[in-house]
Design a protein around this ligand. Sequence first.
Ligand code: FES
Length: 142
Amino acid sequence: MAMYNDKVMDHFMNPRNVGEIENPDGVGEVGNIRCGDIMKIYLRINEDEVIEDIKFRTFGCGSAVASSSIATELIKGKTVKEALKITNKDVLRELGGLPVIKVHCSVLAEQALKAAVLDYATKTGKHYEELDGFNPEEEHEH
Ligand code: FES
């Protein structure tokens, strides 16, 4: 597995924030049509729109697991607005990079977060312009 650095391996072997949140304030699921992998993210959001807790489940490859693990660490404690600014590039930087053919795996976490925030926004009647044009039903090819 020389193609993966130590940090990726660590987050793959010991992923942080795996699981589910009961009665989440937002939940989102997205898939990648090329590989068929699926990512689900659960959010606990308080009155100040701070993401107090985040958990993920994936039927995805090792890079998707490592990316999501890092993403949850980046997102936890941030406001919804701040979290929506986090992209897969931040995830890649934090991980120290992924093999080129695995870069699309890091997009799954970003998309699942957006889907979960959209669910929260729909339930609470909020609007985030960062989500304009985002459609979780859309099939992502990245
Ligand atoms: Fe599908 Fe990595 S190969 S998410």
